[in-house]
Structures are given as C-alpha cells and as structure tokens.
Design a protein around this ligand. Structure first.
Ligand code: DC
Length: 336
C-alpha cells in the first residue's frame, strides 16, 4: 500500500450551518471525483476552519455524504492577521494500491491560497498609460502567477505590417498578411518574450511608431479574432493576470477579478513623458497628449470589442494613487 495526503479548501460567505455543510460537501465531492477516490481509500480527514466559523463542524458534511466509519476531526486553523476569512480547509489521508499524483482542490475565494494550483484569471483593462502593465506585472509576481501583456501581440502585428511596407490603416493589406503571420509569446519569471514569425521582437516593438500601428490594426476584427484565440488558449493553461483593452468584456468574460484602470489623459501623458525622459529621450508633452487622446479614440470607438469597462469590473482611477496603493486595493479585492 502507498500512503498519500491531498489538500483542499473553500470559503463560505457567512457563518451559517447550511452554507458550511453545502460548501464542505462540494469540496469533498470534488476532491473525491477529481482524484478518483473511493471511501475505502480514505484513511482519515482533518478539517480546519478559521476562527470566524463556529455554526457547525464541517465533519458533519462528510458524515452526511456517507463517510460513516472514516476517522474525522475538526480543529481551528491558526489565526494569522489579515488572512483569508471564513475558510474551511481539509487534509485527506489516503492509501492506494498504486502510486499516483493527487490533485488538490481550491474553491471559491480559497483559490487565493494557492493561485499556482487553482486556475485564477485576472483581467485588467484600461486606456494607454493608466498603469496596467506595471500593476499587472507586479500583481502577478506577488501572487506567483503568469502575466500576459496582450498589447505586445498587437504591437508585433503592427511591426509585421510596417516591415512589409504595408499601411496599418488599410484593412485589406493587413488582413492579407494574417495567414503568413505567426505571433507567439513565452511567459515566465524574467517577463514576457514576444516572437514574430519565430524571431524575438520583445524590445523592438516598444516605439511610438509601433504604438500607432498597433492601435490602427487593433480596429480590424480579423486581427482581433486571431490574437484573441491565442490569448484564450494561453488563459486555459495557467493562472494569470492578463492586461489589454477587451480582456474583461471579451477575452475572459469569466475572469475571477476584473479591473478597469484609468487616469486622466494629462496624467497619462505626464507619465509617458517622464518615462521617455528617464530613458534619455527628449519628447514634447503636448504631442504625447494628442497621441494619447487619438489612441483612446481608436481603442474606444472601434465597433468590434472596443475599450470599455465590463459591467462587473472594478473601476480604479490611478491619477492620484501610488502603484503600491493600487496593488493593495487589488489584493484586498481578491481576498474579500
Ligand atoms: O497596451 P499597449 O500600448 O501595448 O497596446 C498597443 C495597442 O494595441 C493599443 O493601441 C491598443 C491595442 N490593444 C488592443 O486593441 N487590445 C488589447 N487587448 C491590447 C492592446
């Protein structure tokens, strides 16, 4: 016999007997079904709850599921300040004839406990310069999950159009290039790498000319469909924070958290101007402001998947907020 243990957790919205039993049953059933376990395989189960749960023992749910002779016990989870409230955890010990990997199950808000295991998707949308990429990258780093910058894909397509000497404003010319264009990304600890037809273009796409081309080709539905398909495929494989213009409304309408970041056009122009200055590049504030206003109009007025806040997205105006303040707010939203 081989001995194993498998973990799971869930949360309830209130300290109420019916919900505690129902959520615990869902958790146990999913652990059993996911891992193809039978009651005979289970040696014992330890349940813990946070100190705000005392309406019923979660082990009652196991008995009601028919686990009559399995030894069960319930304890209070150590209280750590600021930790996820109203949480029920289980540790199931099993014995199996054959050795095999067991899958933990994290449900409801407990996905926050192990975002690397449960699939957690976070959508961040907003206009250029609102702080999306900085915030999304930092949040993903802190949570130990991936970050996908979808704007880089539109930029890579913009680069292709310019390299081929085509006009980004001419839909037909752009659409004709699509079948022969391969855009891919590599996500990981050192950040995102973007490839155009097998060649890395990560740094090359960060110019004003490419921003402008990306904004123009982003209006074309055929371009969006191709890139959105790729984005959705990536979202299926891992927990991630994805930023762009239509992530909460179109690419990942079921994201666990949707955020719409914004800031005044003047503040966004000021940030861009400062960023360029730090890179040693002189630029004109008024020109940047006009470009930002033009890109906002392109992104918001296109008919297919325009930039707009999803109804269930949380609106955050970053004009007077520090990066840390925004991150704190997002972490609070994820925990509550
Ligand atoms: O976020 P960014 O500046 O890298 O985006 C470049 C352009 O691509 C921008 O004009 C908007 C467009 N874009 C889009 O239409 N949809 C996305 N999901 C991401 C970017």
């Amino acid at each position: 016999m081989n001995f194993f243990a498998v973990r799971g957790a869930t949360t309830v919205s209130k300290n109420e007997k019916e919900e505690i039993l129902e959520k615990t049953k869902i958790l146990l059933t999913q652990l059993i079904e996911t891992n193809k376990l039978s009651f005979q395989d289970i040696v014992s189960i330890i349940f813990t709850t946070t100190k705000d749960i005392d309406a019923v023992y979660p082990a009652v749910a196991a008995r009601e599921l028919g686990m009559k002779s399995i030894p069960l016990t319930c304890c209070q989870e150590m209280h750590v300040k600021g930790s996820l409230p109203l949480c029920i955890r289980v540790l199931i010990h099993v014995q199996l004839e054959q050795s095999r990997a067991l899958q933990p199950v994290y449900l409801e808000k407990a996905v926050m406990l192990r975002p690397d295991l449960a699939k957690l998707t976070i959508a961040i949308d907003g206009p250029a310069g609102a702080g999306k990429s900085t915030i999304a990258r930092l949040l993903a780093n802190r949570m130990g999950i991936l970050y996908l910058d979808t704007g880089a894909m539109y930029r890579a397509m913009g680069l292709k159009v310019l390299e081929k000497g085509k006009d980004p404003g001419n839909s037909k010319e752009v659409i004709d290039l699509l079948p022969d264009t391969d855009i891919s990304v590599q996500l990981g600890g050192e950040g995102q790498k973007v490839f155009l037809d097998g060649r890395e273009v990560t740094n090359e796409i960060r110019t004003g000319e490419i921003s402008d081309a990306a904004s123009k080709i982003g209006i074309i539905p055929e371009v969006r469909r191709k890139l959105v398909e790729l984005q959705r495929q990536i979202a299926k494989t891992a927990s991630l924070v994805m930023d762009g213009r239509d992530i909460g409304t179109y690419v990942m309408p079921n994201a666990a958290l949707k955020v719409f970041l914004t800031a005044s056009p003047e503040e966004r122009a000021r940030r861009r101007w400062k960023e360029l200055k730090q890179k040693g590049m002189e630029s004109d504030y008024d020109t940047i402001l006009q470009e930002i206003i033009q890109r906002d109009a392109n992104d918001s007025n296109r008919s297919f998947a325009p930039l707009r806040k999803a109804e269930d997205a949380v609106l955050i105006d970053t004009t007077d907020k520090s990066i840390e303040q925004v991150i704190q707010k997002l972490e609070n939203l994820l925990q509550n």
